[in-house]
Design a protein around this ligand. Structure first.
Ligand code: NDP
Length: 419
């Protein structure tokens, strides 16, 4: 019997909520709370009569610690699942600490306003010290470690697919397949086609900030940063085929480098079609990806927010997206003194996801791990107090849950390596 407060009701949260409702013996009560309560009400209505989970809804502005605290105090959840945006991570963590409740999210903190001078001072210092310039990093949430530990509470960070499942794949490889891991390549392939010339598969603002940032990877104990999209490879993905992929900075590299200090190199690649890249470059060149407000005809407009309003809502891409995703990790290392390679991945079909939960595979591959992570916390399978990323926990019960609830693993013992 568990009560869960889910904050956010967008593309990813909708999948997580529908999956929680498939496991109503654990998720007995859910409160869906978001800024636009009408979205929560519509989803609750769509699920009425189809699940034993008791669903309520609430309006909350998760930028306000006080509002989240009031909601937690009135609903009394066992866990808060933050599936809103990375901008709300710290306010929701503060509210969880104040109310003594466990926390989880799917993406690490970044500020909504990157012009904020207090944030910029820390950011610029971090860029100098660490050597990468993405707007997001773990330092803000790792700073809560002691507070969560002392309170006997668990915060699980980044429990989507990547970050999330990819780190469980790394923990699995370290536990079962290797004595030492030398390199990790995380490959995220979306072979789906939604028929639009340009659309993003999850929140456009967060997505475009991520992919337009300089790329970086971890090698020999330090970050190597390269211009955005400057490292390109072609790869033949199982069940998808050949795709161009580009090296990106990605948040799990940072936690994997900290938790697997013996690994020599960690890289992340994501596939992009030419149409996406051409549109993104053009939008960037004309200033539409900027987060700095422009004063226009008497109002302040943030270009990337205006762009978000023009682009298709990722939550509406489900019916029109066809094809498959293939996301996984390729490892090199040693077992019993011998060189070894190993790949573990998942293939997910956009249309199969739509038939099951009315969503495309990107939201599905994020929402299902969020539900499975919540399951680990609620059943006590993962219960170490503190602030943790997925690779710090036993991967076995989590990967078993993913196999069971829609994201089964595949294994390739002779993978083609990325040069
Ligand atoms: P959406 O934009 O579709 O949904 C965001 C939801 O959060 C909306 O319901 C929105 O409400 C709500 N929200 C935004 N601000 C607030 C606020 N201040 N208070 C309360 N609710 C708020 O995003 P996605 O579903 O695409 O993404 C959700 C999260 O998943 C993001 O953090 C994203 O980075 C992460 N993600 C993680 C992945 C992974 O593999 N780990 C992959 C893909 C996404 P409203 O309707 O009013 O706008």
């Amino acid at each position: 019997m568990s009560r869960v407060l889910i904050i956010g009701c967008g593309g990813v949260a909708s999948v997580a909520i529908r999956k929680c409702c498939q496991v109503s013996e654990v998720f007995t009560d859910i409160c869906i709370a978001s800024r636009t309560v009408e979205k929560c009400d519509r989803l609750a209505q769509a699920l009425a009569g189809k699940t034993k989970t008791r669903i309520t809804t609430a309006r909350v502005d998760a930028d306000s610690v006080e509002e989240v605290k009031d909601l937690i105090r009135s609903y009394r959840p066992d866990l808060v699942m933050n599936i809103a945006l990375p901008y709300q991570d710290l306010t929701i963590m503060d509210a969880c600490l104040a109310c003594g409740v466990n926390y989880m999210d799917t993406a690490n903190y970044e500020p909504e306003n990157t012009d904020d001078p207090a944030w910029r001072a820390v950011y610029e210092k971090r860029c100098r010290e660490l050597g990468f310039s993405a707007y997001f990093d773990y330092s803000w949430q790792w700073a809560y470690r002691e507070k969560f530990e002392k309170a006997g509470l668990t915060a699980l960070l980044g429990c989507g697919f990547d970050p999330g499942v990819t780190q469980a794949y790394c923990a699995y490889a370290a536990k079962h397949e290797f004595d030492t891991i030398d390199t990790i390549d995380i490959l995220d392939c979306n072979g789906g086609d939604h028929g639009y010339p340009f659309a993003t598969n999850f929140n456009p603002e967060v997505n475009l900030r991520e992919v337009s940032a300089p790329g970086s990877y971890w090698e020999n104990g330090r970050w190597v940063e390269v211009p955005a999209m400057s490292i390109k490879r072609e790869y033949n993905f199982a069940e998808v085929g050949k795709k161009d992929m580009y090296l990106l900075h990605h948040e799990e590299i940072e936690s994997l480098a900290a938790n697997f200090p013996g690994v020599r190199r960690i890289r992340f690649f994501m596939t992009f079609g030419q149409s996406y890249l051409t549109h993104m470059k053009c939008l960037e060149d004309v200033g539409m990806l900027s987060t700095t407000p422009v004063h226009f005809e008497g109002v302040d407009i943030v270009p990337i927010k205006f762009l978000k309003a023009l682009l298709p809502d990722p939550a509406t891409l489900g019916p029109r997206t066809v094809g498959k995703t293939n996301i996984g990790c390729i490892f090199t290392g040693k077992k019993d003194g011998k060189d070894k390679t190993f790949c573990i991945y998942n293939v997910c079909d956009h249309q199969a996801c739509y038939r099951e939960v009315e969503s495309q595979a990107i939201s599905y591959t994020t929402g299902v791990p969020a539900m499975c992570g919540a399951l680990m916390l609620l059943t006590g399978a993962w219960n170490t107090p503190g602030v943790h990323t997925v690779e710090e926990f036993d991967p076995d019960p989590f990967l078993d849950a993913l196999d069971r609830y829609g994201l089964p693993r595949s294994i390739d013992r002779n993978p083609v390596l990325v040069d």
